[in-house]
Write a protein that binds this ligand. Structure first.
Ligand code: TXA
Ligand code: MG
Length: 309
C-alpha cells in the first residue's frame, strides 16, 4: 500500500471519510497530536488499529466526536462531567465515563467505561461530521514511539500500513489531551495533558491524581513504555545549570533542550525527540519545565521517555 499525505480541503476530507465509512483506517490532524482513526462502532475496523500500531489490546481507545451534544448518546454524563464539558470541551481534554451499550468493548479494551474527546480543530471536526459516526483514535505513532505532531512523523512510522494521512500542518498543542475520570463525585486525573490541572480545579474543585503503582491500572496506557526516541533521554531540574554541565560530560554526541517557553516546549518536544533520532544523536539532555500548567505534562512525557533507558 502506498501511503499518501493529503492536503486540507473538502475533497480530501470526503475521501478520507469515505475510507473510514468503508471500515478503513486513516490518520488525521487534531490540535493535540495526529490520530489514527476508525469507525468506533465497527469492531473489525477497531481491531485493525491495534494491529497497525502494535498496541496491546487491553489499552483502550479515545472516542472522538465533532460536537459536545453527542456525548450523551455514547456515555452516562455525571454532574462533574457536565462542568468539565461546559468549560473545556471541545479541546485538549478527554473524559472517562460509564459507557452506553452502543460502544463496543473492543474499543474500550474490555472496560465498562469509555474515554471521549470532542475535537476543536475545524479539520478534525469536519472529518468526523462527514463520517457521521464517532471515530476511535489513538495517537498515530507506532506503539512506544513519540506521538506525531506533523504528517511526516505519521509517514515515518506508518508508511505502507495506511492509505491516507490528512495533513493539517503542525499541531498547535503538541502533547496529548488531559485524561480525566469523571465517573465519581470528584475528577481523577489519569494523564497530564494539554489543559493544566490548576485550570480544571478552578471549575471542578480538587482533582485527585491517579498514580500507577504496578497493579491493575485504572488507565491501562499508564503501564506501557511511552514517547521514546531511540536516543537516551536524561533530564535536569529547571535552572539547575550545575547538573546540566555534569550531564554534558556523559556523552560527546548529545543535544541540549532548554530555555523554551512552556507552550513552545510542548509544541516542539516530540519533534525534537524525532529529529534527534534522524540526526543520530546518542543522548538528549532536557531541562524540565516549571511544574505548573502544561509544564506538568511536559515533565511527565520527558520522565516517561527517560524511564527504562
Ligand atoms: O490528544 C489525544 O488524546 C490523542 C488524540 C489523537 O486525540 N489521543 C491519544 O490517544 O493520545 P492514545 O490512545 O495514545 O491515549 C489514550 C489514553 C491511554 O492512556 C488510555 O489508557 C486512556 O487514554 N484511556 C482510554 N480509554 C480509557 C478508559 N476507558 N479508561 C481509562 N483510560 C482510558
Ligand atoms: Mg499514544
Amino acid at each position: 500500500m502506498n501511503t499518501k499525505i493529503l492536503q486540507n480541503n473538502s475533497e480530501n476530507i470526503k475521501l478520507v471519510a469515505s475510507t473510514i465509512k468503508k471500515g478503513g483506517i486513516a490518520a488525521f490532524f487534531t490540535e493535540t497530536v495526529y490520530g489514527l482513526g476508525a469507525n468506533a462502532l465497527n469492531t473489525d475496523a477497531i481491531k485493525k488499529i491495534y494491529q497497525i500500531k502494535g498496541r496491546p489490546s487491553d489499552n483502550p481507545l479515545i472516542i472522538h466526536l465533532d460536537c459536545v451534544s453527542k456525548i450523551k448518546k455514547y456515555a452516562h454524563v455525571t454532574d462533574i462531567a457536565k462542568k468539565v464539558i461546559d468549560n473545556f470541551m471541545p479541546g485538549a481534554v478527554t473524559i472517562v465515563l460509564n459507557k452506553k451499550d452502543i460502544i463496543p468493548l473492543e474499543a474500550t479494551g474490555g472496560l465498562d467505561s469509555v474515554a471521549i474527546r470532542v475535537v476543536k480543530s475545524s479539520l478534525a471536526k469536519e472529518l468526523i461530521y462527514e463520517c457521521g459516526m464517532p471515530i476511535c483514535a489513538p495517537s498515530a505513532n507506532t506503539s512506544t514511539r513519540p506521538s506525531p505532531t506533523q504528517a511526516q512523523h505519521v509517514l515515518d512510522d506508518l508508511n505502507g500500513k495506511i492509505e491516507y494521512i490528512l495533513d493539517g500542518g503542525s499541531c498547535e498543542i503538541g502533547l496529548e489531551s488531559s485524561v480525566l475520570d469523571c465517573r465519581g463525585e470528584r475528577v481523577v486525573l489519569l494523564r497530564h495533558g494539554g489543559v493544566g490541572i490548576e485550570e480544571i480545579e478552578k471549575i471542578a474543585g480538587k482533582v485527585a491524581e491517579y498514580k500507577f503503582d504496578g497493579g491493575a491500572a485504572l488507565s491501562p496506557g499508564q503501564k506501557y513504555k511511552h514517547y521514546s526516541p531511540k536516543a537516551k533521554i536524561v533530564y535536569f531540574e529547571h535552572g539547575d545549570n550545575k547538573k546540566l554541565e555534569e550531564l554534558k560530560k556523559s556523552s560527546i554526541n548529545h543535544k541540549v533542550v532548554m530555555g523554551l517557553d512552556a507552550d513552545d516546549y510542548a509544541r516542539q518536544l516530540f519533534s525534537i525527540f524525532r529529529d534527534a533520532d534522524k540526526d543520530g544523536i546518542d543522548v538528549i539532555i532536557c531541562e524540565l519545565a516549571i511544574e505548573k500548567g502544561i509544564g506538568k505534562a511536559i515533565n511527565n512525557r520527558i520522565k516517561k521517555a527517560a524511564y527504562g533507558n
